[in-house]
Each structure stands twice: as C-alpha cells, then as structure tokens.
Design a protein around this ligand. Structure first.
Ligand code: HAM
Length: 418
C-alpha cells in the first residue's frame, strides 16, 4: 500500500521547528499584552456567508481560494481563510462593542486558502492577528501599525519596509473606481486576462497585479489621493503624522490595495527583502464597514495579521535568535536493571518539585542513558551502592564534577543550582 502523505500545501511543523514557533508566539503574546490586547480563540470554520459578505464576493479569496463544503446538516461551511471577519462576528455576537465600547483582541492559528504553493505560501498557514474594534480615529491605526512593528523589532527582524496607502471610503471610492474603469478601459490591450476580468468587477485590484505590462499601465493610473474625500484625506494625514511622531519610516504606494474588500481608509503592508515573491510578512488596515456587511451595527475596526510561517522563514534567513531551545534539566540514569524502578520514582519526585527531568523507559543500557543525558545540566545516577545507601550520584554535566546527595535532598540540591 502506498504511504499517505500530507496534502499539497500543508506541512508538519516538527520539533526541530516547533520550539521556534513557540518563541514567536510567546513574544507575540507579551507584545500584545503590553499594548493592552486580550487573547481570543475562535472557530476554525464559519458559515460561508461570513466570508462572502465580509471579505467580498469579487475577491480572489472568495472566488477561488476557500475550502468550502456542505456539512451533514446541509449548511455551507468554510475553513477560515483569514481571522478578521470571525473576530468581528464574535464581537457582534457577544456584544463586545455595545454602547460604543471598544475591544482590542488578538489570536493566532491556522488559516486555509487554496493557493498555488511556493516558498512562504501554503494552503494551511498560520497567522498572528490583532484587531482594534470600536475606534474610528487615526490614533488606533497608528497603534496597530506600531504594534506590528514592535513585534517585529522584538523578534529581531531587519530590513523591513512599511508601505501604506488610503483606499478611501464608501463616499469617495466609487468616484475613484469610475476613474479607474475609464482609464483601464482605454488600455485594455495591455492588460492580462485576469485584469480584463477584474475591470468590470473589482478594478482596484488591477493596481497591484504582478504582471509586468499591467504594472506599467497601473503606474500611470489616476492617483487615489486626487479622489479622496476630506475626511479620508485628513485621516490619512493624521496616520502619517502619528507614524512620524513615533519615529517610523514608511513609503506611500498608491498601488497598495490589498486583496480583501473590507478595507476603508488605511491599508498597509510590511515587506521583507528576504522572502522572494511572497514578500509580505504582515498586512492590515481599517475596515469601518465590515460590521454592517455581516449584519452588525456600525463598529469601526483596524487591525493586522502577520504570517507566522513567513516570519519564521525570515528570522531563520536573517539569523535571528529564537532564545534557548527548551530541554529538560536533569536526566536520571539507572546503572543496572534493579535500579530502574528507583530511577523512575526519583524522576517523578523531581518533576513534582517543578524540576524538568527525564529517564529512560526503553530499557537502554548505562552508556546509552549517559549519551541521552548529554544535553541536560545534571545526571542523577543510581546503582546498587546508591540504593543501599539511600543516595544519588549527582553529576554536573557542564564541568564533570560529581557529588553524592541523600535521595530525599536531590530536588533541593538541584533546585538550588538551576
Ligand atoms: P492578508 O494580507 O491576506 O491579510 O494576510 C496577512 C498575512 O498572512 C500576509 O502578509 C502573509 O504574511 C500571511 N499569508 C497570507 N496568505 C498566506 C499563505 N497562503 N501562506 C503563508 N502566509 C500567508 C489578512 O488576512 C487580513 N485579515 C489582515 C487584517 C487583519 N486586516 C485587518 N485586520
């Protein structure tokens, strides 16, 4: 029989990598806490409508990339392709923003998109996501961008580029959309098939097409800043001023439109030069109409998500520190078969005292056990003499020194040295 492998675009995060992910997540957790964000856990699958209405019918995600199925109750269910719509649904359903209250929420977990797998792009990937709900003013946008950059600073990421734009609002975007349709219609022969298709349905997306010819045309497209209403213009100016006040450098790109339709006003991305084609380590922005699109009242929001897989890749490539690889402190070694039971009891007593400890459970010989102890700080060795005397030989594996300690004092002795 052929062996079953992981589905295309998914992968196993094995121990050699998983401890690095834990480091990234614990750094994120501390950073979120320091910015006043609380952690939430949400369902991995939602009603399909949440994404078709929230993310947008004409987005690539909804049109081509969702894992959608009918469940046994006949409902259309989708594995979440992103977290923002779910966070907003949860806030509405649980009244987190009732009576003008605001909520700062973060979470992390797997997302699912049926994309063409390549370096840094998977079908099951992981995001760290933060959302600030209920605040319409530009200071919240600045706080979210600052949060993402502080997280990356703490992780030691270098050579990042912050790109920002304003995509307008329901008042000014239709005007801009019309200008784009007129402009791109007169350049139809230079557009790729996908962009010709986007022209009637989602012309803003043509602006960030990676096709060279479309890129040339997009470079000459009307500038959104000429179409922004006063409110959006002022909001953008304040976001820029806020970022500058905090000392962040960024570039403005009128071609940054993002692949999700819920954005209003601020849109931003953080790019890394060390990732190849999939160079965005984080993306986000403001989404003041998402709540009403999914049936809630008016709850403004702004947030970001960073790709955990991509952050780990960049950190690896840049030689960033993941802290110390966690391991157990003590290995308990049996010199003979008669000592194995005593050794397992000793190991358990150390664990009960809060000291990480391991012993062999596979019946391996003394030498193999000592080899296994190699990565620990101490080996606690028990043989016939130790059993007879109620002692343990405690070997400091860093300097090779060894002392005999009463069995009942081992936890105290080692605890004092760690
Ligand atoms: P997004 O730009 O689609 O935005 O995704 C955010 C980040 O997730 C990307 O910058 C990238 O690092 C990572 N990512 C996306 N797709 C993949 C993939 N197939 N494989 C690996 N990594 C990937 C959102 O999802 C929005 N919900 C962000 C947001 C939060 N906006 C407001 N609040």
């Amino acid at each position: 029989m052929t062996a079953i492998t992981a589905p295309r675009g998914t992968r196993d995060i094995l121990p050699a990598e998983s401890w690095k992910w834990s480091y990234i997540i614990s750094t994120a957790s501390r950073t979120m806490r320091d910015f006043g964000f609380s952690e939430i856990h949400l369902p991995i699958f939602e009603h399909t409508e949440l994404f078709s209405r929230g993310v947008g019918e004409t987005t690539d995600i909804v049109e081509k990339e969702m894992y959608t199925f009918t469940d046994r109750g006949g409902r259309s269910i989708t594995l979440r392709p992103e977290a923002t719509a779910g966070v907003m649904r949860a806030a509405i359903e649980n009244n987190l923003c009732a009576q003008g209250a605001s909520a700062k929420l973060w979470s992390w977990g797997p997302m699912f998109r049926h994309e063409r797998p390549q370096k840094g792009r998977y079908r099951q990937f992981y995001q760290i996501d933060a959302e600030c709900l209920g605040i319409a003013g530009p200071m919240a946008d600045v706080e979210v961008i600052a949060l993402s950059l502080e997280l990356f600073r703490r992780l030691g990421l270098k050579n990042l580029e912050v790109v920002i734009n304003s995509v307008g609002c329901e008042k000014c975007r239709p005007v801009y959309r019309q200008k784009l349709v007129e402009y791109f219609s007169s350049h139809k022969s230079e557009l790729c098939g996908t962009c010709l298709d986007r022209l009637g349905r989602n012309p803003l997306r043509i602006l960030d097409c990676k096709n060279e010819s479309c890129g040339h045309v997009a470079d000459g497209a009307p500038d959104i800043f000429d179409s922004l209403c006063d409110e959006c213009r002022e909001h953008f100016a304040e976001v820029r001023a806020g970022l500058e006040r905090l000392g962040f450098t960024y570039t403005v790109s009128k071609r940054l439109v993002r692949g999700l339709d819920y954005y209003t006003k601020t849109a931003y991305e953080i790019l890394s030069g060390d990732l190849g084609a999939q160079n965005a380590v984080a993306g986000g922005g403001r989404y003041d109409n998402l709540s009403s699109a999914i049936g809630g009242g008016k709850i403004p929001g702004v947030g970001f998500a960073c790709g955990l897989d991509r952050v780990a890749l960049v950190m690896e490539e840049q030689g960033c520190s993941f802290g110390e690889r966690p391991g157990v402190a003590v290995y308990c070694v049996a010199m003979d078969d008669e000592s194995r039971g005593t050794v397992q009891a000793l190991t358990h007593s150390l664990r009960m005292a809060g000291i990480s400890a391991e012993c062999d459970t596979a019946g391996r010989g003394f030498k193999a056990q000592m080899r296994a102890a190699g990565s620990c700080r101490f080996a606690c060795i028990v043989g016939a003499d130790e059993r007879a005397g109620g002692t343990v030989a405690v070997k400091n594996l860093a300097d090779g020194s060894q002392v005999s300690v009463k069995a009942c004092d081992v936890a105290g002795y080692i605890g004092g040295k760690l």
